[in-house]
Design a binder for this molecule. Structure first.
Ligand SMILES: [Zn+2]
Length: 1013
């Protein structure tokens, strides 16, 4: 037979595009449209409905950036359409290729009831079915003219990302405003032909199935009268019956589809717009659930449910009902889909506490999967946190974005730093916006790495970010793919149903140990430094507020600020969303985030101040108390307590060197600073050991060009290292000596920027503090602070949640080479047997570690560089411009335990309070420094019980005794949600009124302590 394959395929494309699709709406009449534009921010629905309208016509421009317009569309169903299905077609000026990144609308009935959302791929509203001739149609649309930030030429700097700079130029033109007859048979024919055409394209040309479909398509096209598609569509559909009803092969891959819209809680739009995006999408999805009995939808992020509960109660009522029916499925159990690299141990735990508790309280639902499709990498601390929250599964597809290495599994056990294993699935469809295209379904089946031992994968299906979620077309395609020869099978299934099946069919999945590093978006550890500092400061202040308020409540009966802490925590958790904390949002988001963090700091400082004063007694008293919120004693003040600090005899000196520069001494360290303000030597006095590698200089600021190929705020590409400038020019160096401390201050200018650094040794502290103030006015540059250390080591430790992980210092494999920028929390630690160095940081996360072998002596230099600042221009064209302050410290001779201790101290300064009490005894004491107290708080159930969370911080076994300053009635191990731990737990025992702890390396334990009486 002659090969006419491409001829028929081309015919299918043209006839679909030019004849069949247009026939879905064979007749239409224009609607009359009126518009009112809100003067500023969005207005309440009642106000928008009542506002007076002016006329506007198709073709007219509307919508200043970030504006809100209320449209009213009116019309009458023509008499001739009686009995037919009639829809309003509302095209606000949509670009079908940009669902989620454009204007959007929410349709209301005249009584204010929301109907559904309007999106580029979802422009219809059912007006009548069956229609009555002469019936009036009246709908209102709340239309948001959100500007396009990520355009066809992506990553160009734009001022549109903040309403303060975006201007008033209309962004859209009304394109179609019609009332039209909807021909469902033609619409079904379109879906039939799309499914078959897309499947055909994925089948091998040699396969008989491909040719059977081709011939059936040809017969269907032959059956259509191109001048009367609507009349002949049923015959065309009949011609496809046989090929559409041939069942899938028994070995076919099985896809659990779940309706979904990945809605970023802020990104290329401000937080307030996400509230409305969620309302539009959920209105769409509850409407679709009513129309489609097999369809199921899942939504993550408790915060987004809380938003619609507060701002769109009518939509929330529909969501509640659909959740109760089991068809709208809360997913993930986190407050937001947060970043996981940077949140602190406690914050990561609280993401699950507040997320799961919201779903339990609102819906009585507890789910067991962590749902993080889009998060930029996953820390080795996360598995234990997931398990401690009472969950057991993880879903993400993000690692498929890695630039270099292909992850070897789609379904596997992921083992964290403490040994906890979590059953994990990466959907092989490689997207969280599946649209049921044949290419996507075939890719999922082909790509699935666990074929032969497993058969199931999951496909989150629908347009995210305000694209409107799943469409009726996707549902119709899924119905045809349920059991179709040549395709993977598709069923709507809840995430829990998928995980249960996947786990059951795969009893011995492969294991991946350690972090799930994303080989992309590495610069999100640095961009928008002030957002990151606000987060870290809030986390530290929350620790202090909980500790001191709990102590004050138990000691003095002061009221515990449950509501305030709950609200502040949720605000901090929201800002850990995976485009806010990573610094990848528009200027508006980061401007607001800084203001929010400042307000939280004021509020938390007040809570801390009140509690400490209540504990210290009368402010006019005679005692100067130092409060220590860190988990270890310092300056003779016990952890969690307060006392007067003894005055250390000061012996700090700064001396000018004859050859220029200065030396600093405090009896523990000798530091040499040269004439260029760089550190040439740091010697531990006790051992005589040198820290700085010979021939090098530490605290060297290095400036690199930084213009990645894509994703400016997100990415730093490896070639940034090829060029760079060492900042060695000095404007001034001065030294100051005070008995308690000795400092050298170095001032430099470079480009359009200035930097002032102060190096300080303090009495009694084996630590060199480095305070850096940068007035930063560069563009597309990366600023690093380098510390070349005289250490030979294969690996180094970086702190993460509830412990640390090791990364190699070499680049033997492509996996190691790809980790050229990595995350730490408060410290990195490097050592040779018996001697190590810690570098601690108050607020930076990005760093790199490299190794070189010196020509001179054959020794190894291991260089740690902290990442201080970047200056990308997309999506915020002025990212990081302005004044920044950083605090780092170099700790020679440090063990891991020292690194842990110094890491806590750098973020938790001593607080001095005057009062009438001589001391404040800690509420509880742990007699082993390896067991670190992560949180002390009152139980969220307001029972008055005390919750204490501890973990083993050094990576070894630890036994210890936790004693309380109050009579202890009971000690109950519990999960993060403060519920009794399920099953046995021998590591926590109550003996003689104290709690004995036996912890595995990095083990985390939460204990509920009940007071007597
Ligand atoms: Zn996202």
């Amino acid at each position: 037979m002659h090969d006419d394959r491409t001829l028929v395929e081309s015919r299918l494309k043209r006839v679909l595009d030019e004849r069949i699709r247009p026939a879905v709406y064979p007749e239409s009449v224009p609607l009359t449209v009126g518009i009112w534009t809100a003067p500023g921010e969005p207005v309440p629905v009642a106000e928008g409905l009542a506002a007076p309208r002016s006329p506007i016509a198709v073709g007219d421009a509307w919508g200043a950036p970030w504006g809100t317009s209320w449209l009213t569309v009116t019309g009458t169903v023509p008499q001739a359409w009686a009995g037919r299905t009639v829809e309003a077609l509302i095209d606000l000026g949509f670009d079908a290729n940009m669902p989620g990144f454009q204007c959007e609308g929410l349709v209301y009935r005249p009584d204010g009831t929301p109907v559904k959302g309007l999106n580029p791929q979802n422009q219809w509203v059912r007006a009548a079915s069956p229609a009555v001739g002469g019936e009036p149609v009246l709908l209102h649309v709340e239309a948001a003219s959100n500007p396009v930030i990520l355009d066809y030429h992506p990553f160009l700097p734009t001022e549109l990302g903040d309403k303060e700079t975006a201007g008033t130029e209309p962004q859209y033109k009304l394109t179609r405003m019609d009332l039209a007859v909807f021909d469902e048979t033609v619409w079904q024919l379109v879906i039939d032909l799309e499914v078959l055409g897309e499947l055909m394209a994925e089948l091998p040309v040699e396969s008989a199935r491909r040719w059977e479909i081709l011939r059936a398509v040809e017969r269907a096209l032959d059956a259509i009268d191109l001048q009367n598609v609507n009349k002949t569509a049923p015959q065309a559909r009949s011609a496809l019956n046989t090929v559409l009803s041939t069942p899938a092969a028994p070995s076919a891959h099985r896809i659990s589809a779940i309706g979904h819209a990945h809605i970023d809680s802020a990104w290329l739009w401000p937080l307030r717009e996400t509230v409305r995006k969620v309302a539009r999408t959920t209105a769409n999805m509850t409407a679709l659930l009513e129309d489609e009995p097999d369809f199921l939808y899942t939504m993550s992020q408790a915060q987004q449910f809380a938003w619609i509960k507060e701002h769109r109660p009518e939509v929330y009522a529909r969501v509640r009902k659909a959740v109760a029916d089991g068809r709208f499925v809360p997913a993930g159990g986190m407050w937001v889909e947060s970043d996981t690299n940077m949140p602190s141990s406690e914050a990561m735990a609280r993401q699950f506490v507040h997320g799961k508790r919201f779903f339990l309280d609102e819906f009585g639902v507890e789910n067991h999967e962590a749902w993080l499709p889009d998060t930029f990498g996953f820390t080795g601390g996360l598995p234990q946190i997931i398990r401690n929250a009472g969950s057991k599964w993880l879903l993400t597809q993000k690692i498929s974005w890695s630039q270099v290495n292909t992850f070897p599994h789609h379904t596997f056990l992921w083992e964290g730093i403490d040994g906890t294993r979590i059953f994990t699935h990466f959907p092989p469809v490689d997207t969280y916006n599946c649209s049921m295209k044949g290419s996507e379904i075939a890719h999922a089946a082909r790509n699935f790495k666990d074929k032969g031992v497993a058969r199931h994968s999951l496909a989150p299906t629908g347009w995210g970010d305000g694209g409107g979620g799943t469409t009726r077309e996707m549902v119709a395609k899924a119905a045809r793919l349920k059991d179709l020869e040549g395709s993977a099978t598709v069923r709507w299934e809840r995430p829990a149903e998928f995980f249960a099946k996947a786990e059951a069919e795969y009893p011995s999945p492969p294991v991946w140990v350690g972090e799930l590093y994303l080989e992309l978006h590495r610069a999100t550890l640095t961009s928008q430094a002030k957002t990151k500092q606000g987060n870290r400061r809030s986390e530290n202040l929350l620790r202090e507020a909980e500790l001191w308020c709990t102590t004050a409540t138990l000691r003095t009966g002061a009221a515990y600020p449950y509501e305030e802490l709950d609200r502040i925590w949720k605000t901090v958790l929201l800002h850990q969303f995976h485009d806010i904390l990573p610094g990848s949002s528009i200027a508006w988001v980061h401007r607001e985030a800084e203001a929010t963090y400042a307000a939280l700091a004021t509020e938390l400082e007040a809570l801390i101040g009140r509690a400490q004063q209540a504990l210290a007694g009368d402010a006019g008293g005679a005692h100067d108390l130092v409060f220590n919120a860190a988990p270890h004693e310092r300056s003779s003040v016990p952890a969690g307590g307060a006392a007067a600090t003894p005055t250390t005899p000061g012996n700090c000196t700064a001396t000018e060197r004859p050859e220029g520069g200065f030396t600093l001494h405090n009896g523990l360290l000798d530091v040499v600073v040269d004439t260029e303000g760089l550190i040439t030597s740091v010697t531990e006095v006790a051992s005589g050991r040198e820290t700085v590698a010979p021939g090098t200089r530490a605290n060297l600021l290095q400036l690199h060009p930084d213009f990645p190929n894509m994703w400016d705020a997100w990415d730093v590409d490896q070639f940034y290292r090829n060029t760079g400038t060492d900042l060695t020019d000095v404007d001034a160096i001065t030294a100051t000596t005070h008995p308690d401390r000795a400092s050298v201050r170095i001032e430099r200018s470079f480009g359009s920027s200035r930097v002032v650094q102060t190096l300080t040794l303090r009495a009694g502290e084996q630590r060199l503090d480095i305070d850096t103030e940068v007035d930063w006015h560069e563009t597309e540059k990366f600023l690093k602070a380098a510390f070349p250390l005289d250490l030979h080591t294969e690996r180094y430790a970086a702190e993460t949640q509830f412990g640390h992980l090791y990364r190699p210092t070499h680049t033997n494999t492509s996996w190691e080479a790809a980790k050229f920028e990595a995350c730490n929390h408060r410290f990195v630690h490097l050592d040779e047997p018996g001697w190590g160095v810690a570098l601690v940081t108050a607020s930076t996360y990005g760093h790199d570690v490299t190794r070189t072998v010196r020509d001179t002596d054959g020794g190894t230099t291991t260089t740690v560089r902290f990442s201080l600042l970047r200056a990308p221009r997309f999506p915020d064209p002025k990212t990081d411009q302005g004044l920044h302050r950083f605090h780092h410290a170099l700790v020679p001779g440090a063990t891991i335990a020292d690194a842990v201790r110094e890491g806590y101290r750098i973020g938790l300064p001593e607080r001095r309070v005057t009062g009438s009490e001589e001391t404040v005894a800690p509420l509880l004491t742990v007699d082993n420094d390896a067991i670190v107290v992560s949180a002390v708080k009152l139980a969220d159930d307001r029972s008055g019980d005390l919750i204490v969370r501890v973990y083993e911080a050094n990576g070894g076994r630890a036994r210890g005794r936790l004693t309380t300053s109050f009579p202890l009635a009971e000690a109950q191990p519990c999960d993060l949600l403060e519920r009794p731990w399920e099953g046995t737990r021998g590591d926590v025992t109550l003996t003689e009124g104290a709690v004995d702890l036996t912890l595995r390396p990095f083990e985390l334990v939460t204990v509920r302590l009940s007071t007597q009486g």
